[in-house]
Design a protein around this ligand. Sequence first.
Ligand code: HOC
Length: 367
Amino acid sequence: MEDNLPVNVREYQVLAKKALPKMHYDYINGGAEDEYTLRENIAAYGRILLRPRVLIDVSKIDMSTTLLGYNMPSPIMVAPTGSHKLANPEGEVATARAAAACDTIMVLSFSSSCKIEEVASSCDAIRFYQLYVYKRRDVSATLVRRAESLGFKAIVLTVDTPVLGRREADIRNKMIAPRLENLEGLMSFDDDLDTEGGSNLERFAHETLDPSLSWKDVEWLKSITSLPILLKGIVTAEDARKAVEVGAAGVIVSNHGARQLDYAPATISALEEVVKAVAGAVPVLVDGGIRRGTDVFKALALGAKAVMVGRPVFYGLAARGEAGARHVIEMLNRELELAMALCGCRSVAEVTRRHVLTEGDRIRALL
Ligand code: HOC
């Protein structure tokens, strides 16, 4: 056992910052424009208080849940984040092993720096695949078919990125985005994609992402895969209802880690509106800003079926490789278990809306 292991996600973040070149740390850690939403994703959790219930026998805590029929020992999953080789030479293979060791579901990013095939053969686990829709539909379709044939169990369609958000740190750093391994042989790369005038990710995204992406494309996606499709990037009741109408198997309340539209609401602030709109028709997940087990508890209380953590796992990977990524997931699991025990909840089903007090609740109480 190593001495002085980090004891929480924030300590992993400090180690990750030390371990990574500034350009890469800023890329992972940064958000769009003023980074209001980036700060708010975390700050909004701080404004939700817990309402613990006491004198309940909590000698056994069961954190298990199911998603799309798959069992998980806890509701904490791994969010899709790109380019894990920036953090560790083993990249997404290391993350996949860490997630598998915790028996949780990893959503592999379209922007993975390891091939889908390598990740699929690295270990047995339930995995989902995250998709961007390219102007070149054939490229997106090929990746969906590859993921499906390799045993991925669902497609997570990112719907908040018809164009790339403006990340000023990347522009300033002239961020060089790593090539996307999975596009090898599918698209020719423009070697001219230098960083003249800013981040080359911006230029690459501009050339590839389809800004005409619309609800019709969900129909297109359904026509090319039999996998369930979850829509990631929804923060309003209107879009949540539409997602159910078009046959989404799940809705992920996400603002892309605050990397897209600045001044979008914190995801935990948007969660309840989406949960109410969906009215139990499909599971609702949330990501963004989760740094503590108590954050996970708050998300469950506000109706999330599961949560996804992105940057914390990346910090673990950057600091200590596969062991660090695994430790981050384990720590969050232990923190959630503790929060449940101290709130008097023996199972995730026992975590209810009455266990949290939101800012809205406090304002309503004054009226
Ligand atoms: C292919 C262009 O999700 C990020 C990633 C990558 C988005 C651009 C995709 O940096 O937020």
